[in-house]
Design a protein around this ligand. Sequence first.
Ligand SMILES: Cc1cc2nc3c(=O)[nH]c(=O)nc-3n(C[C@H](O)[C@H](O)[C@H](O)COP(=O)(O)OP(=O)(O)OC[C@H]3O[C@@H](n4cnc5c(N)ncnc54)[C@H](O)[C@@H]3O)c2cc1C
Length: 316
Amino acid sequence: MKIQIYGAGISGSYLYHLLSQNGFEVSIYDVRRSPDCRCAWGFSYSESRELYKEIGLNVDDYILSKPKFVVANGKFWFKNKEIVILDKKRIMNDLWEFELKDEGGDLIVDATGSSRAYLPKIENDAIYTTVQFVERHDLDENIYIYMVKTGYAWAFPLGDDLWHIGAGDLSRERALELVRSLRRTYEIDEVEGECNCVGKIRLLPPSKCRPIVWKNVYGVGEAIGCVSGAGEGNAPSLKCAKLFYDCLINDELESYERRVLKEFEWIEIEHEFVWAVQNNKKLKALRLLPKVVSIESKRSVEQSVETLKNLIRFLI
Ligand SMILES: Cc1cc2nc3c(=O)[nH]c(=O)nc-3n(C[C@H](O)[C@H](O)[C@H](O)COP(=O)(O)OP(=O)(O)OC[C@H]3O[C@@H](n4cnc5c(N)ncnc54)[C@H](O)[C@@H]3O)c2cc1C
């Protein structure tokens, strides 16, 4: 059986190595000629380490920074447990040792992220725009966030005083406004950056990205909504690729869609929570809060229900 992967981003490049290292006939193709340089540097450490280990990649070799705290809106401090900033560009460069080939296959994998180029389009898709800058600043190595109901701005430490500053919201103008608010809140000056670009991110859970499988096309990663309510898509996309691989080797591809929906139930909950906050459904948001606390305290930061309640009061 011949497998063709479209999209050599986080999930596609990982899946390619899983398959080729285990004797599958596989090719990979990307519209880019060199790895995606979009700067998505934050990874959930334990999960990424376990998954990348499967293809012989040691994430410890790529750590740029381990931020101490995640600070939201200048007031809410969360102790970081799991988020590491990895040198994603170097990971992608090291994984892109393949030759890009578009040969087709018996089985097609759509790993094209927000493009979702091979699966049918999603009605009422939710694609957010992001803006990004890489700049030098002298700040403590925390993650700084400025959030509103529809999006947030961030500053991620990349080590050696280099910072990744960006924001995602419903439009470019709103994202730029969030960056300005972030700068005001944390006194981060606007300086000439070393790089700036725009990006896109799909913020819909897997249940709203169906079909996940269509004819002989199997979606993995962001193409099928493996991005949390907080915009975490790196480790979930890797996990999704691994799930696809497990189904394939166990001859269980017919259960792939069901297993994706089960595996990413936590993403469904987070999106429901975000929806409740965005739509002023305070009671619903408060009801979902303990679940979100429990999910995120495993994946990212230590937090108390009380701090999060204060954050919701602040947002709603
Ligand atoms: C600005 C920004 C910051 C982010 N920060 C974080 C973060 O800190 N932590 C985190 O966990 N997540 C973050 N995310 C989300 C995360 O980057 C994505 O969810 C993740 O990369 C999805 O992986 P993927 O493999 O599904 O898609 P991608 O990594 O986006 O890869 C898709 C690939 O498909 C290719 N492609 C597109 N169309 C076609 C086509 N027609 N044919 C062939 N190839 C095609 C693209 O060139 C790309 O290489 C961020 C996203 C953005 C936009």
